[in-house]
Write a protein that binds this ligand. Structure first.
Ligand code: ADE
Length: 503
């Protein structure tokens, strides 16, 4: 290589090296960004962060700061009707506006680069040493390796995908992210924006946990659980699980968004999910009775949801195993198709054998006393062993089946709704009262004789009994319950078909 080329290469590398060091050293300094008053760390219209952002989602504008940790996910979000601009200069997001074609075709314009000194210097160097092809090649390689949208390099990031017609549904939005994103849910900024576009319509539930509202987002019903401040750990846990674990399943309540806002100096915690107008299984059983086939369908769907939770998946769609720890009819929702879905992951524990961890969280909340397994009540449960938590879920699953089966008509007989152990403990039983019944007296909920005269219900009754063994390892697994119920379902379909043929 000739001397001038070598010199150029050295100069180019030195320049880029110094630029990189300069950019890195900036990482430690915080920028002043424009933001909206009252949100997050925003004070008097400014916040401090590592990246300033301007976002435009469905006409909703926002400016603020991102920390280093979350900028990547946010600044690279690709989303219908999202215009996202991230920059690294003091107050650089103050006057950003969406491009004029935000409602037109997607812009083919690449992101603008805002480091003129780099380009001027490089142009000069390239002019002086036109013979220096080596330097140029090295430079181009360097640029390609670091990408055009690299925020670390002080470049502005502009990602724009613009609409083509009607308002999207949240299903469309998920599809977009499930195929192009990490697959675990919407980016935090999109969740926040969606949550803030929800109108609360009607309170559909209230309890120690907080409130559940029906809300509307873009004309669609959504459920909004507003956590009481006492139960913030449940919000954190559920938000963490839905955002880190691939949990899309027909029998697990569908997550839409989580949001934390501050209102009159108190924190509001929202969890936005699919809305099921039939409400919880507990509510549904108060006013509905079932045919044995519907009972089977419901029980099978709960078992399917629990199998999905309990199972670790180790493929590309990987998912840790999850134990629920507060399974009960109030935490199960009834869908229009007669299936159920499991809700409330606020107390869940996570386990991965392949990654060798057990994460029990740090929620001071405990499960519902009425549904507690004997080993929880007598405190002999092995809290360091994941299997133990699954076994307590199975105890509770048997109790849920019992609640459903009481409301199932056999030989024209159906019982009124009653919670498990209704005849053995008072309303809102104490820990000691439950312990006496479940551990000392080793009582089980009684099963009506009528159940034994129907093939589906006698099989479900047998499953219940096998969920209630005093010894946790003796209980059925969720997978075994699901398999037995699936077989029952196929067999009953088969006998109905046969009956039709015979007629
Ligand atoms: N009650 C609690 N969660 C609900 C939901 N997602 N839909 C309807 N009612 C509910």
């Amino acid at each position: 290589m000739e001397r001038s080329s070598l010199l150029t290469v050295v100069l180019v590398w030195a320049f880029l090296w110094i630029s990189a060091i300069h950019a890195d050293s900036k990482d430690d300094e915080k920028l002043l960004c424009t933001c909206e008053n009252g949100k997050g760390t925003c004070m008097n219209g400014t916040c401090k962060g590592h990246i300033c952002f301007y976002s435009w989602v469905h006409g909703h504008e926002e400016r603020g700061c991102f920390s280093e940790v979350i900028y990547k996910e946010q600044c690279y979000s690709k989303f219908e009707r999202l215009f996202m601009h991230c920059c690294r200069e003091n107050l650089c997001n103050a006057f950003t506006t969406p491009p004029s074609n935000i409602n037109g075709e997607p812009t083919p314009t690449p992101p603008e680069l805002n480091r003129p000194e780099l380009w001027i210097t490089l142009s000069l160097l390239l002019l002086i040493t036109t013979a220096s092809m080596c330097g140029l090649v090295l430079f181009l390689r360097f640029r390609r390796a670091h990408g055009r949208n690299d925020v670390h390099g002080d470049h502005d990031v502009t990602i724009l995908k613009v609409p083509d017609g009607d308002d999207p549904t949240y299903g469309d939005i998920f599809d977009e992210f499930c195929t192009s994103g990490s697959g675990t849910g919407l980016p935090y900024l999109v969740q926040r924006t969606m949550a803030r576009q929800i109108s609360l319509v009607q309170c559909v539930g209230k309890g120690r946990y907080g409130e559940v509202w029906r809300g509307t987002w873009m004309g669609e019903s959504v459920a909004v659980k507003i956590f009481s401040s006492r139960d913030e750990q449940s919000w954190f846990r559920e938000t963490e699980i839905y955002n880190t674990v691939q949990l899309r399943h027909d029998n697990i309540l569908g997550f839409i968004a989580s949001d934390m806002t501050s209102k009159n100096s108190s924190t509001q915690l929202w969890l936005v999910t699919h809305f099921h107008e039939l409400g919880s299984l507990y509510d549904f059983l108060q006013y509905s009775s079932l045919e044995p086939e519907s009972c089977l369908r419901m029980c099978l769907s709960v078992a399917c949801g629990l199998v999905h939770l309990h199972t670790e998946i180790v493929s590309s769609q990987e998912k840790p195993a999850i134990a629920h720890r507060d399974l009960k009819s109030r935490n199960i929702l009834v869908k229009r198709n007669g299936q159920c879905c499991i809700a409330d992951l606020g107390l869940a524990v996570i386990h991965s054998q392949s990654h060798d961890y057990l994460d029990v969280g740090n929620n001071p909340r405990v499960g519902t006393k009425r549904y507690m397994a004997p080993e929880v009540l007598d405190e002999t449960i092995r809290m360091d062993v994941f299997e133990s938590y699954k076994q307590t879920d199975i105890w509770a699953l048997g109790l849920v089946f019992w609640e459903i089966s009481r409301r199932t008509i056999v030989n024209g007989i159906v019982e009124e709704y009653c919670p498990p152990f209704f005849d053995m403990v008072p309303l809102d039983p104490s820990f000691e009262e439950m312990k006496k019944v479940v551990c000392v007296d080793q009582q089980k909920p009684s099963l009506h004789n009528r159940l034994h005269s129907h093939p589906i219900l006698s099989a479900i009754a047998k499953i219940m009994k096998e969920c209630w063994y005093q010894s946790p390892p003796a209980r059925l697994t969720a997978l075994r319950v699901r398999k037995t119920l699936s077989k029952l379902d196929h067999d009953s379909d088969f006998s109905i078909e046969k009956l039709k043929r015979d007629i």
